[in-house]
Design a protein around this ligand. Structure first.
Ligand SMILES: N[C@@H](CCC(=O)N[C@@H](CS)C(=O)NCC(=O)O)C(=O)O
Length: 222
């Protein structure tokens, strides 16, 4: 049986997009099941449909046989260890990839709070607070660093988990019209032109638009 990736609403769930991209890049065949997060229990990790496969009440989760891997980073690591590796060979480069993946996984709370992923939407964010502007400046500097690598357009040259983890940020910057340096913008353009992301985006655009009633995601900066 193929692994099954359970994801949240694909227009909004940034945590879900990351392992989808990692699984595709690693070349792993899997099925995907989308769970509507806009239902009772949301925000409390108490959606019954999710609890049925993940006692933590969260998506993404990957079912592999009897096992459920229940975190975007754990799924992405499994993909990289099971399929095509998404880490560089050199241990120090690998450590640097892990370092920025960890920074994304546990950080950038202000960007997550104020620039929610909303792939369909285009608007202009205004009045962003200082902590969000600081996050944006840090991400801009980090993204611009991809220019140091001459063997490819990704953050570390070739595709790594870092790029899978930063793709949702590239969509957030596009959605909210965030101005970036030319080098950082070039990196975001690379992520948004990647086949795995385009496949996800096509799935989003093919759906009839259903807003999200349990959080003000669609009303931000309206
Ligand atoms: N650190 C987790 C975060 C997962 C997470 O927070 N998922 C959200 C949706 S994107 C969720 O399942 N929320 C359910 C709820 O709020 O009830 C990961 O990386 O997978």
């Amino acid at each position: 049986m193929k692994p099954v990736l359970y994801v949240g609403n694909i227009n909004y769930s940034s945590w879900s997009l990351r392992p989808f991209i990692a699984l595709r890049w690693a070349g792993i065949d899997f099925d995907m099941v989308e769970v509507n997060l806009d239902q009772p229990g949301y925000g409390e990790y108490a959606i019954a449909e999710i609890l049925a496969f993940n006692p933590a009440g969260k998506v993404p989760a990957l079912r592999v046989g009897e096992i459920v891997i229940a975190d975007s980073l754990a799924i992405a690591e499994w993909a990289s260890e099971t399929g095509r590796s998404l880490y560089p060979q050199d241990p120090l480069e690998r450590a640097m990839v892990r370092s920025v993946v960890a920074e994304m996984h546990s950080g950038f709370a202000a960007v997550r709070r104020d620039l929610s992923m909303n792939i369909r939407r285009r608007c202009r964010a205004f009045g962003l607070p200082a902590d969000t502007l600081r996050d944006i400046a840090r991400l801009d500097a980090l993204f611009a660093g991809h220019r140091q690598h001459r063997d490819g357009p990704f953050l570390f040259g070739q595709r790594t988990l870092a790029d899978a983890f930063f793709t949702p940020v590239a969509t957030r910057f596009r959605t909210y019209g965030i101005a970036l340096s030319a080098d950082a913008q070039a990196y975001c353009d690379t992520l948004l032109a990647d086949a795995a992301f385009l496949e996800w985006e096509q799935k989003v655009l093919a759906q009839p638009h259903a807003g999200f009633s349990r959080a003000p995601i669609d009303q931000l900066y309206a």
